[in-house]
Design a protein around this ligand. Sequence first.
Ligand code: SF4
Length: 879
Amino acid sequence: MHKMTTCPYCGVGCGVDADILDSGSIGVKGDKSHPANFGRLCVKGSALHEVLGAGGRLLSPLINNVPVSWDSALDEVSSKFLRTISEHGPDSVAFYLSGQLLTEDYYVANKLMKGFIGSANVDTNSRLCMSSAVAGYKRAFGSDTVPCSYEDLEKAELLVLVGSNTAWNHPVLYQRMQAAKKKNPSLKVVVVDPRRTATCDLADLHLALKPSTDSELFSGLLSYLADQDCLNHDYIEQYTEGFELALTSAQQQFDSVSAVAKYCDLESDILTTFYEWFAQTEKVVTFYSQGVNQSFSGTDNSNAIINSHLATGRIGFEGAGPFSITGQPNAMGGREVGGLANQLAAHLDFSSPEYIDLVSRFWNAPNIAQTEGLKAVELFQAIEEGKVKAVWIMGTNPAVSLPNTHQVTRALEKCPLVVVSDCMASTETLKYADVCLPATGWSEKDGTVTNAERRISRQRSLLAPTGEAKHDWWIISEVAKKMGFEDAFSYQHPAEIFAEHAALSGFENDGNRDFDISLYQDIDIDTYNSFKPVQWPVTQEAPYGTARMFSDGRFFTPSKRARFIPIQASSPIQQVTPELPYILNTGRIRDQWHTMAMSGRARRLFQHRDEPFVELNQADALKEQISDGELVKLSHPQGDYIGRARVMVSEQRRGELFVPMHWNNEFSSLAKMGALLEPVTDPISGQPESKHGRVSLSKLNPSWQGWLMCRSDLEINLPVEYWSKVPKGDVTFYYLADSVELVDGIAWCKEHLGDVSIWLEDPNSQNFRAAGLKGEALEWTFFVMPYGEIPSTRWLEEMFSEAELSIDQRRFILSVTGCEIENPGEMICSCYQVGSNAIVEAIGLGSRTVDMLGDKLKCGTNCGSCIPELNAILAKELK
Ligand code: SF4
């Protein structure tokens, strides 16, 4: 049976055609009818079926780690919340939500906290992702309105990608951009990013600007547009306000292109080319993401971009507009219901008593919150200070993802009541939970999500809930009922919640608010179940949705005019010092998602990057005497990080480092990037400055390095300085390193792994190899050898699946030559398991284009996520 649903990873919101098989497993492919992806999926979406199953799931409610009935767990949560509120007031409790929740879950949580508990202490991990974009839109448009559609990316003549590694983080949109450029070679692409990322493969121009100078780049553009007489005076006159102040501010700071170039550390001619292209092209989309948002000046960055579009009137028509792309699958749905602490509901906020009154009357909630609540970073500080005494965390892992993770874990340790709802049993945050509530996972959930182009789609239930898992909206509603709010939370089906959400969006709206889906206020279950993707607003006047906003030049400010915002240049808070001389950039990689709670279950998603790493420029590597592949340590007074050095020739600017955001204590000994980041936030949006940390860098000098393969995961308590876990096939692989000399390998194995069945010692080369068998089957292998000599482990992986090893197989277990068969090199194409060695060989044999490589090896022919890397290998090999 086929069901159409949506991918739970990034904000592209791809439609998934799920084939539910009789065996209980599912097959996935792209939904050809979904307007976000038209059948495409990236590697993460293609591996969705690999993250299913009961393994690793939280299966029943727990109180203090003891399984209890749902009734007991709900009693515990509701009674302790009630007691805390009665003793310390409503602001002593809080919810911390996730962009992974469905809109219906989000709506109920927000309604309970803001409407009935009477506090606005409900924030979300979307605060870390796009809250600066929200604040920027609200300042400019009077509303949190994304003006564009994905098709604008294809209709544009100039695409400006700012702070976005689209190729890795929004791969299907990147594929759409690639296809558009192929169809229309005159489409120009500019990438604005301090790093040369895979996205630059598509770029006609790459501006590798100094980190955190985005707003200055766009202020300079505004000044240039005025100088060159390229402003749209009619548009400015008719539809905007505040232009003169914004222009004066820009001109006072930057009176020439060379002044901007100097500030942003760019070459003048490259910057001039970008400015000329922007000035001369009518259809421009500026597409921006975390590189813009995760900054002390993220809101200003957004507004500097929007200013340039307003000044040229490039908004509200096909192929034009300032387009913020969300990171998470339902960050937009969270925004719609008011899931941020400074929002109220349905795109209303606390700025007017009339808004509060309106929502209060609609919900029949006389105890509604009157002021904004605590934003994410403030919230965890308030928990540590003892001001917030009960927190309920849903579907997110703040112990890994927030800045200054040590502070977050201190806060959670100290908090009298920590409730965590999650589908997984083992996240770092769960370790601090007094009450654990099993929530349904992606394949079980049922509701709606909104992607980055305002398109609402259904996420449909494919499989029955695992164990005793329940839907988040149900869990919250049951707690609400036990708290005495029975009438307001008596939902029986998510369609009822969606209908109420739709009704609120239209309640006393009269066209004054952007978010309006009131056409669905009476939706029934059948219609909800057959819901087709649609872009809001959806009203009587626009029953098929709205592709593009502001086509009429009418905005949602009091004057109905868009606002220019004067932008002042400013510097990042986390400035380098002699003790912390490197700028730290953080971000996502191609094949992993957030803190790996889900993607870490799909073994093939580890093949692209299998260890935490640090990217650095080769000049810095030379200075610090670090070679590619060596282990390095990043240090900050808050915490440390260990990863494998990836030395870059030109992709990484000098003095700047990049680390991935994903690894944590579940997968590596010391790889939480949040431990290195200070809790610095944008003063308007509250979004952390995650793209500009500061650290010191040093080489780790382990006495030995090695690797371990086990049939099952170890409870990691190995006394080593560094370990990193890599799920491989049916076994688990660990990289190991330690500064303490391994004096007696056999004794070490006996103590930590069990009986040693066979071993090989070479005192001259420091190499040591051992294996343990259980009966006749292989249980573990342990090899001590330099990192650079680690061979392909495919042959050994196969040995673990043998129930009984032959004499010859035993003989070869400790032989590295046995393992060297079919070394694939770095895994480039995760879909078809094509490594760099095969690709290099095929190029040598005459495959000189990506298409030819695809014909020969199939690489790049499924999701296409690896095409930029294929191009990079081609460029290197054919040079
Ligand atoms: S681009 Fe990939 S991760 Fe994002 S929604 Fe589509 S399939 Fe999922």
